[in-house]
Each structure stands twice: as structure tokens, then as C-alpha cells.
Design a protein around this ligand. Structure first.
Ligand code: B12
Length: 214
């Protein structure tokens, strides 16, 4: 299995878009734990992100590495979904990446794991305007609002949405969880979120706790 995890890291680090889907399929078919597979891809793309941040890699590299993830993740997400997902929902979650932010991969992973844990998930996608989060929370009568932000410049959008919930008089009706690489517990507390998850599995744990399951 370790070999497959290394292969998954390598396809990201080598920007090997052509082998991405097959490597992911081979890994899953040979019994690799899909969560460990997802972690291997995440670790590798963070490495790419760090090198981009230092100026050692450039935007086209970032785009190619994310293309690798976009091909590999559906295979892994499908395997995760097969492990869970039940008819009766344990709670309803509205999820999305905040306005101005198009990073979709981490948000997608949180949505998949929530689904696998039995939540009904309404995924609004990326670049979601505050008003659209509010509308979905109201229309769907959601138990939880989960927001992702990957840029320091868009992190404050999460605060705006929480303020919007207050203004609409529905803040008490919904639990709010936030995440994304620039977010930490301190930031989450400062904007009045109910929870923060540094990883997708941690996010699921907190959402279960919100529903009184853990
Ligand atoms: C891939 C990537 C891209 C891709 C995104 C493709 C896509 N469809 O998502 C592309 C190339 C499009 C891109 C564009 C840009 N990017 Co970019 N990108 C990344 C990169 C390398 C990886 C992100 C990723 O997918 N990680 C893998 C996933 C699985 O991890 P994750 O997103 O962190 O999510 C995990 C946790 O954070 C958590 N989580 C995430 N969301 C949530 C939500 C909840 C509720 C919970 C509980 C948990 C949770 O769970 C996930 C799984 O465990 C990061 C580097 C990094 N360290 O994050 C830079 C990074 C985020 N990007 C960065 C930048 C600067 C940009 C651009 C501005 C570049 C440019 N000059 O145009 C644009 C912005 C576009 C925009 N308006 O959004 C910077 C941000 C710097 C900052 N602090 O603001 C980073 C940190 C790179 C760097 N070191 O400079 N990017």
C-alpha cells in the first residue's frame, strides 16, 4: 500500500495528469484506504503550494497539479461514498467555498466525507455569494453551514456570512463550521463560528458533535 501512496504523491509532484486517474484506480483496486489516498494527494499538493509560495514554482504548475487532483479525486471520492451514505440523514449541511474563492478540492472532500457519514449535503460549489448561502440555509432549513476559504483575502467572507445570518435573525437556527488552509481555531472564534476543522475528517467529527451524535 505504501508504494501506491508514494505513486499518488509522485503523480502530483510530477504534474502527471495523464496517469492520474489510472494511478488512483489502481490504488483503490489494490485495497488502498481511500482516506489515506486522499491524504497522500493533499500532502503532495500542499508541497506544490509551498514551493509556489516561495517562488520556486509558477501558476501553470499549480494549475497542472490541481488538474491531477481533479482526475484522481473523483475515483477516491467514489470509494469513500461507497463506504458510507445511508437513506436516513443524520443532519442537513449546506456547504460551499466563499465568494471570490475558486478553490474546490478541500471543500469537495469535506462534502464527500459528510455524505459518507450520513449527512444530507447541499453543495453550492465555489465562489458562493453571501446571499446565496443565506438563501440555502433558509430554504433547506439546514442544521449546519460549512464554509471553505483558501485565501487570506477571502477568509473574512466567512465573517460576512455569519453577520448576514445574524441580520436575517437565523443565526441561532444553524451551526456554522469553517475551514481552509488560512483558517485556524483562533480565527474561527474571532468571527463567531461554532466550529473549525483543520481536515475533512475533523470537520465531520465536529458536525456529528453539533448533531449530538458524539
Ligand atoms: C490547487 C491550488 C489552486 C488551484 C485550485 C483548483 C481547484 N479547483 O481547487 C488553482 C490553480 C486554480 C489556484 C488558484 C489560485 N491560488 Co491556489 N492553491 C492551490 C493549492 C496548491 C492547493 C489547494 C488544495 O486543493 N489543497 C488540497 C485540499 C484537499 O486541501 P485544502 O483545500 O487545504 O482542504 C483541506 C483542509 O483545509 C480542510 N478544509 C478545507 N475547507 C474546509 C471547510 C470546512 C468547513 C472544514 C471543516 C474543513 C475544510 O479539509 C480539507 C481536506 O483535509 C494551495 C496550497 C495550500 N497549501 O493550500 C494554493 C493556495 C491556496 N493558492 C494560493 C493563491 C495565491 C492562488 C491564486 C491567487 C494564484 C493566482 N496568482 O492567481 C489563485 C486564486 C484564485 C481564486 N480566486 O480563488 C495561495 C493562497 C495564499 C493566501 N494565504 O492567501 C496558496 C496557499 C499557495 C501559496 N502557498 O501561495 N490554486
Amino acid at each position: 500500500m505504501a508504494d501506491f501512496l508514494q505513486q499518488l504523491k509522485d503523480i502530483v509532484l510530477n504534474f502527471d495528469i495523464d496517469s492520474a486517474e489510472k494511478t488512483a484506480k489502481d490504488a483503490i483496486e489494490s485495497g488502498t484506504d481511500p482516506l489515506q489516498a486522499a491524504n497522500a494527494l493533499t500532502e503532495a499538493i500542499r508541497d506544490v503550494g509551498d514551493r509556489f509560495g516561495k517562488g520556486d514554482l509558477f501558476l501553470p504548475d499549480l494549475v497542472c497539479a490541481s488538474e491531477v487532483l481533479k482526475k484522481a479525486f473523483p475515483v477516491i471520492n467514489e470509494a469513500i461514498e461507497k463506504q458510507g451514505g445511508s437513506e436516513s440523514s443524520v443532519g442537513k449541511v449546506v456547504i460551499g467555498t466563499v465568494f471570490g474563492d475558486i478553490h474546490s478540492i478541500g471543500k469537495g472532500m469535506v462534502a464527500t466525507l459528510l455524505y459518507a457519514a450520513g449527512f444530507k449535503v447541499i453543495d453550492l460549489g465555489i465562489n458562493v455569494k453571501g446571499e446565496d448561502f443565506l438563501k440555502a440555509v433558509k430554504d433547506e432549513n439546514a442544521d449546519i453551514l460549512a464554509m471553505s476559504a483558501l485565501l487570506t483575502t477571502t477568509a473574512m467572507e466567512q465573517k460576512k456570512v455569519i453577520e448576514g445570518l445574524k441580520d436575517a435573525g437565523i443565526r441561532d437556527r444553524v451551526k456554522v463550521i469553517v475551514g481552509g488552509s488560512p483558517i485556524n481555531q483562533e480565527f474561527a472564534d474571532s468571527i463567531g463560528a461554532d466550529g473549525y476543522g483543520s481536515t475533512a475528517p475533523e470537520g465531520v467529527k465536529i458536525c456529528r458533535r453539533f448533531m449530538g451524535i458524539e
